[in-house]
Design a protein around this ligand. Structure first.
Ligand code: MG
Length: 326
């Protein structure tokens, strides 16, 4: 069975689709009220973020657009030190989409939300003309525990910059699929909560965090340095890149510094906590390949000490070759 315009009519076909697909996976005390809006009791500082997911293909090695739509928004909340609580999910379906595919994506979305401890409390579905594709928007709310202040403006000379694992996996996986290349590269799509929880429960003085998504590490580091009016120096030989991804980048002339991920994060921590933060990250499954990349310095911009002992300026990414990786 395929999606038709009737499924977006708001009538009987819509109701059937809601019941047979979304109702099967998305059920909780708030959503099940079926009111016009979710009513939530939240007291305190909240983090609030939204993101739209247009990746093609909609399923890929290591994930699918449903999983990605939860990871992307939940990770942005986590990066502000928030405990993610609630998500909305809006689906835009293209006519011709196989309902079985939609079913698998909704199941994957529900699984990922459950593993992240978030409830999907509101949603919407629209159908548009097209070629059987699918896009999802998620918006999320998280509560920031009292006394926690995580911000790109917090960097000070001597702070350490850590990255939680291998760079470029998601980008290389999607690009491979788009180019019909056969390899073993998998998306790293994941909810970063275990790493963030570990850092806070070990009392690491975390200054700032960023998930290393579109734009890549080089862009994230520049954003941090600009916001805090400082410079960052990293070591090329410490950049974690899998051999297969490095080979892939070499062949295509891509730079892993600008490749997007969906399950990697940067953490800036007080320099005195650098080793403890590294150990803590490495103690989690997701962060087992973490490294200390470099340190915050006085000055401006981002530089990288190369393997040959030179220095290279790391700029922000300008333009993008591949728009639909997330
Ligand atoms: Mg982000």
């Amino acid at each position: 069975m395929k999606i038709t315009m009737a499924h977006g009519s708001g009538g009987k076909s819509s109701a059937e689709l809601m019941k047979s697909v979304f109702g099967k996976y998305f059920s909780n005390d708030v959503l099940d009220q079926m009111e016009d809006a979710a009513v939530l009791d939240i007291a305190g500082r909240i983090a609030f973020s939204t993101d739209s997911f247009v990746v093609t293909p909609i399923t890929f090695k290591g994930g699918d657009i449903g999983k990605l739509a939860v990871c992307g928004t939940v990770n942005d909340l986590l990066m502000m030190g928030a405990e993610p609580l609630y998500l909305t999910s809006a689906y835009i379906l293209e006519e011709g989409l196989e309902i079985d595919r939609l079913d698998a994506i909704a199941a994957s979305m529900a699984d990922t939300a459950a593993s992240a401890g978030v409830k999907i409390v509101a949603g919407d579905t629209k159908v548009v003309e097209g070629n059987g594709g699918l896009m999802i928007n998620t918006t999320g709310i998280g509560l920031i525990p009292e006394g926690r202040n995580i911000s790109a403006a917090n960097l000070k000379k001597g702070d350490a910059i850590l990255v939680s694992g291998y760079l470029g996996d998601h980008h290389a996986c999607i690009l491979s699929a788009r180019m019909n290349l056969t390899n073993h590269i998998q998306s790293d799509c994941a909810v970063l909560k275990p790493i963030v929880d570990a850092l806070f429960s070990h009392d690491i003085r975390v200054k700032a965090m960023r998930d290393v998504t579109r734009g890549g590490l080089g862009t994230m580091l520049n954003e941090l340095a600009n916001t805090s009016q400082c410079s960052i120096e990293i070591e090329e030989e410490r950049l974690p890149v899998r051999d297969e991804v490095r080979g892939f980048c070499d062949v295509l002339g891509l730079d892993p510094l600008y490749m997007g991920n969906e399950g990697k994060m940067l953490a800036v921590v007080d320099g005195a906590d650098a080793e403890k933060a590294l150990e803590t990250m490495r103690g989690t499954d997701l962060g087992k390949d973490a490294v200390i990349l470099g340190y915050v310095q006085e000055g401006k911009g981002v530089t990288m000490r190369t393997r040959l002992g030179g220095k290279r300026v790391v700029d922000m990414l300008y333009g993008e070759g591949l728009p639909r990786i997330c």
